[in-house]
Design a protein around this ligand. Sequence first.
Ligand SMILES: Cc1ncc(C[n+]2csc(CCOP(=O)(O)OP(=O)(O)O)c2C)c(N)n1
Ligand SMILES: [Mg+2]
Length: 265
Amino acid sequence: MITLTTTKVPAIRNTLQKLTPTWKCRSLATDATFDIKPFKLHKLESGPSTTVTVSKEDAINYYKQMQYIRRIETAAGNLYKEKIVRGFCHLYSGQEACAVGMKSAFREQDSIISAYRVHGWTYLMGATPVEVLSELTGRIGGIVRGKGGSMHMYGKNFYGGNGIVGAQVPLGAGVALAAKYLGTGGVCFALYGDGASNQGQVFEAYNMAKLWNLPCVFVCENNGYAMGTSSERSASNTSYYTRGDYIPGIWVVILNFPFGWTTVY
Ligand SMILES: Cc1ncc(C[n+]2csc(CCOP(=O)(O)OP(=O)(O)O)c2C)c(N)n1
Ligand SMILES: [Mg+2]
């Protein structure tokens, strides 16, 4: 259910509603309220509200960011097929909403570390699309001077860009430990895929994070596959939000309308 409200200009809206077709009045909406799919919870009594409101300005901004990421990835894919991008090139097409949604909740002191699908994250964390594409093509104007390529891009509070599946998870716990030690008040978001989630080092990181109460949010982006292997064939428990044992978990469905879906835990 979507409810559009026009809070700031009721008098103008009322006048316009009499004079113009509905769609023109709707363009004056300043925010929209949605009912979203309920979350599933692990070791939590209550979750976030399932009724959310987004302002027109924020909604346009989120949409633009998702479109930028999709266009960067489309350009990257084409350059790869033309053999102008050499080496690895992992795209994030279809998962844009995961990054844009998380980034919208970031504060100045928060940080993020991810695996190898980081072109979009590099852009969100401050690089221009030209810097991302220059990096992919090995140019000096790239975000790390053309030396990192697709998997090794970095930025302020952005720890990459890691090619070894799962390795970024304990590193993320380490970034969180540093934040706690230095008293920055920051939280580290450690992102990994459904395939990485079965690794031993991931569970070791969970244990230490809980033991030391580290400010770390472990985020499993479940796109259903690890290369060609479906999550059903690789995981005995595909409810990834429950796998942190004593760590509370939330199951979130990210709709990337009209592109597809991904589940985030
Ligand atoms: C330690 C290690 N083993 C294997 C690989 C090869 N590899 C690259 S991507 C990948 C699949 C990872 O799947 P998932 O974690 O679900 O991430 P997705 O690609 O779906 O985002 C594998 C096995 C690797 N890079 N590192
Ligand atoms: Mg996967």
